[in-house]
Design a protein around this ligand. Sequence first.
Ligand SMILES: NC(=O)c1ccc[n+]([C@@H]2O[C@H](COP(=O)([O-])OP(=O)(O)OC[C@H]3O[C@@H](n4cnc5c(N)ncnc54)[C@H](O)[C@@H]3O)[C@@H](O)[C@H]2O)c1
Length: 395
Amino acid sequence: MKKDVCVVGGAGHVGAPLAIVLASKGLETIIYDINANATKVLASGKLPFLEEGGEVLLGEVLKKGTLHFSSDPASVQDAKVIILTIGTPIDEFHNPSFSLLTGCIDQLLPYLSDDQTIVLRSTVAPGVTTFLDGYLKEKGKKTGLAFCPERVVQGKAIEEIQTLPQLVSGTSREAVKVATDLFGRIAPEVVEMTTHEAEFAKLICNAFRYIQFAATNQLYMMVESAGINYSGLLAKMKKGYPRMGGIPGPGFAAGPCLMKDTMQLFAFEKHNFVLGQIAMMINEGLPNFIVENLAKSMNFRGATVGILGMAFKGDSDDIRDALSYKLLKILRFSGAKVLCSDEFVKDESFVSKERLLAESEVVVVGVPHTAYKTLAIPQNKKVVDMWNILPRAES
Ligand SMILES: NC(=O)c1ccc[n+]([C@@H]2O[C@H](COP(=O)([O-])OP(=O)(O)OC[C@H]3O[C@@H](n4cnc5c(N)ncnc54)[C@H](O)[C@@H]3O)[C@@H](O)[C@H]2O)c1
């Protein structure tokens, strides 16, 4: 085998930063992705999405010649380790969908050999690694299988891959060793566990954050309904009181992972994961609350409302499952004319933040981009700023 690693789904948000970091450590790395466009963009030295420090490091590895690109599944046969980073959505029944993973493995089967190891990095429901191990064996393959979940924050992956401990598990001692050796090259520490533990660990990391956001979001709704500014209250409550230091601020808990991973536990627990279910109701209900709260003091019909920030989180260009779009839909349904703006998301229908401020009677901050910290908000505007990012924060 001529290459060290092939990252399948390597043009995606998880795959690309990992492939770039691996290549930067001198490992001969192939990015294989069915999205030939995204692969082309990467090969030209650009990232298809925002990732801090990503383009600089990509430039360096392209110069070094350790990063290679392919749109052909046969390319996995050249690599000792195959890392799977494809998407793992939930289906219409809120159950994990296996078919993308088994479909991907089916495509790779003709090119897999017994001396290779597959490292599953996509987030999977408890038991899926064992299931896939059986699937490979059924197909006559003795390819090793490890599960090493990704726990870094999107946008800071290049840094965090190299600074956070890496969870490592596998269905055999050999697979664990291969994965430990590989991640030992890029992570400061490797934490070994069983595949079942690693599957739970990844999902709990996201579900717990989702539940924390739901807790603060519900308190936000309660306090704001009582006419009190929640951000101001949090600041006063936290002053000199470390026990409250961990309470997050309110905001849209959105994006492609938090709710989806909570739902994976929900499905695992035979739909009895009550905390997760309640967290989903609260977090997904926040856009409705904002509209209903505004409706107490205004009529949306004929009014112009501006949504400042459409990405799913601050300083990101990723709109996957962004709740600002849900807010947009509810506002339009209520009869408002809605203007949208974003610092990073490219959409021809969006307007500049200056025009949005000038033309909207009400401004709702959809996501806290850093640029909003210094925005001058005209005095006559009604502002909903649950993130407390604007210089004049009112809600
Ligand atoms: N985005 C995050 O912050 C994050 C963090 C931790 C874990 N995860 C998990 O990582 C996985 C990937 O997430 P993502 O955000 O990178 O998704 P993504 O959609 O950005 O990337 C997936 C990539 O896989 C490619 N792909 C899909 N099917 C393929 C196939 N059969 N063969 C080759 N390429 C294929 C797609 O073209 C895409 O480029 C998911 O399981 C997700 O839950 C994501």
